[in-house]
Design a protein around this ligand. Structure first.
Ligand code: 4NP
Length: 151
């Protein structure tokens, strides 16, 4: 069993989309029983709220329902519960590394591994930003599947 936590700032735009896309990606391999997937935010402003309608919409356009998710903030015991904690950008990574200072840094890393390392915060932008997030997240999820040897 592997457990993966996706983390962004508000837990309403990027990380719930990553949670939904990765869940679908893993389901398509038939290995859902081998992976626990969740998401959280480093901030707490949106605690208890559903994902941003723009994330719900881009997910739905790709056959994924994330409307039932609820935002929560990262907590200390997440560092015990999850094997891998994946930050959507470098600011959130820095926050997680400070919070989990005693943890192995290899378990806390950026979600994207390629040259385009940050999934940009789409909150104050338009719809295009959410499509871009979806595309980055999709690619990152396929790479993650390879990394976890679930493909
Ligand atoms: P997220 O996007 O970190 O991808 O969920 C944001 C959501 C809300 C805010 C910022 C980013 N905010 O400032 O409220």
């Amino acid at each position: 069993m592997t457990s993966v936590l996706f983390v962004c700032l508000g837990n309403i735009c990027r990380s719930p989309l990553a949670e939904g896309v990765f869940r679908q990606t893993v389901e398509q391999t038939g290995h859902s029983d081998r992976v626990l997937i969740d998401s959280a935010g480093t901030g707490n402003w949106h605690r208890g709220n559903p994902p941003d309608p723009r994330s719900v919409s881009v997910a739905a356009a790709n056959g994924i329902d994330i409307s039932g998710l609820k935002a929560r903030q990262v907590e200390k015991n997440d560092f015990d519960r999850f094997d891998l904690i994946l930050a959507m950008d470098r600011d959130n990574l820095a926050f997680l590394r400070r919070m989990g200072a005693a943890e192995q840094t290899s378990r806390i890393r950026l979600f994207l591994q390629g040259p385009e390392r940050d999934v940009p915060d789409p909150y104050y932008g338009g719809k295009d930003g959410f499509q871009n997030v979806y595309e980055l997240v999709k690619r990152g999820c396929l790479d993650l599947l390879d990394d976890l040897k679930l493909a």
